[in-house]
Design a protein around this ligand. Structure first.
Ligand code: PLP
Length: 424
């Protein structure tokens, strides 16, 4: 039986083999080796278009939260499509510029912006800083004045709603380090309005990641719109409202709202409350790239055991952290499904940690040398990878129709310690 893959416009089985668009994954493994990240250009573009289509006819900007996958090829194709970017570091700003992205469509999020990063972003003339605290506002004001300019800002509000997602990726609750406490927001805007180095342009919220219900979004939006009304009563007008990212994807059995439905529900609230003329913004990460990528890995050994059997593969936790970090379930499917007696396997890597697993309790028919695809690996996969155990990072390939482009070369061990030195 052919396995089913979660929503993806880029991957399906043809003639008994899993393909990325028109290219078989077996071919890619031969050509580029494993472990290998494989992305589908079409899947990314369609995911972006679902936001763009739902927002057509109004002033809007979709800023890709690039921490989900910051490969230059991914940024490049989204920039060509008209996307802006949501960055969380000066390094990400350099990537935007290197990929041909537009700084005037770039917003800067994150709780710990350094003086150097603020300077760098002001010189690049980004669209706005999403302010996460009072001391950050003070710092940005001071840096802007020193440079003889004004910083455009929006305040990231913590709306105190429960996104009902994993605690590590929930960001909109009171006890969370992100955003400005709801009750403090109006006072912070009044403070901002008095500062010569600051120009208020918007408001922002982001309540978490892998959110699979519309309810928390609508609740957060209503609370943000209440603040917009309060600000207008105070004479503080805004140009944009940014509803953040966080829309979940299907890894297995999840049933997140469709992008178009969620955006339509939010826009209905925006219009009903009389703010339809403002620019609306979103900061999606996972929902643009998550189901547009797989991690391709090869079975090295099968190790039957009394309690459980292991399929030891060449990909590991350093390549894909989500399973061990969030206890996340990700699909694991054979590239060429075979007939025969199935066994139950834990799929584990070579790293010296018991936490080094990619999938558990999977009923599969496997032989050493078989290829497995870990599905829905396009977001927070490569971006969270490390060199633990002096493992070079995987290569990345972008498939476009019947072409495959190597968009990041596999790392060699010598590169990993090139910046290190022995003692004199
Ligand atoms: C991570 C992040 C996002 C994107 O979250 P996804 O769940 O990947 O959509 C958006 N905005 C901010 C501020 C973030 O930190």
């Amino acid at each position: 039986m052919t396995p089913t893959l979660p929503d993806s416009d880029g991957f399906d089985y043809r003639d008994g083999q899993l393909h990325a668009e028109q290219v078989s994954l077996g071919t890619l493994a031969e050509r580029f080796g494993t472990p290998l990240y494989v992305y589908s250009r079409r899947a990314i573009e369609r995911a972006y278009d679902r936001y763009a289509d739902a927002l057509s006819g109004r002033s809007s900007l979709v800023c890709y939260a690039m921490k989900a996958n910051s490969n230059l090829a991914v940024l490049d194709l989204l920039a060509r499509r008209g996307a802006g970017f949501d960055i969380v570091s000066g390094g990400e700003l350099e990537r935007v510029l290197a990929a041909g992205g537009d700084p005037s469509r770039t917003v800067f999020s994150g709780v710990g912006k350094s003086v150097a990063e603020i300077e760098q972003a002001l010189r690049a003339d980004i669209l706005c800083f999403n302010i996460e605290s009072a001391p950050e506002l003070e710092r940005i004001d001071a840096v802007a004045r020193r440079l003889g300019t004004r910083a455009r800002i929006s305040v990231r509000v913590n709306p105190d709603v429960d996104a009902r997602t994993h605690p590590y990726i929930s960001t909109g609750l009171k006890n969370n380090k992100f955003g400005v406490a709801y009750a403090d927001t109006l006072a912070l805007y009044r403070d901002a309005a008095r500062r010569p180095g600051i120009e208020i342009v918007g408001i922002d919220c982001h309540i978490g990641s892998q959110i699979t219900e519309a309810g928390p979004y609508i609740d957060a939006a209503e609370r943000v719109l209440d603040l917009v009304d309060g600000l207008e009563r105070d004479g503080i007008g805004l140009r944009h409202i940014d509803f953040g990212g966080g829309l979940g994807i299907r890894y297995g059995e999840e049933t997140p709202p469709a992008t178009g439905e969620l955006v339509a529900a939010l826009m209905a609230r925006v219009d009903a409350r009389g703010h339809g003329a403002k620019t609306v913004m979103f900061e999606p990460g996972r929902s643009l790239v998550g189901n547009a990528g797989v991690l391709l890995t090869r079975v090295e050994y099968l190790k039957p055991g009394e309690a459980r059997s292991f399929a030891i593969v060449d990909g590991a936790m350093n390549d894909l952290m989500r399973p061990t970090m969030y206890d996340a379930w990700m699909g694991a499917v054979p590239v060429c499904p075979r007939d025969g007696a199935a066994s139950v396997y834990d799929i584990v890597g070579p790293v010296c940690e018991s936490g080094d697993w990619l999938a558990r309790d999977r009923t599969l028919v496997l032989r050493p040398g078989d290829l497995l695809a870990i599905t829905s690996a396009g977001a927070y996969g490569m971006a969270m990878s490390s060199n633990y155990n002096t493992r070079g990072r995987a290569a990345e390939v972008m498939v476009d129709g019947d072409h495959a482009y190597l968009v990041r070369a596999r790392e060699r061990p010598a590169q990993l310690f090139a910046g290190e030195s022995r003692l004199p």
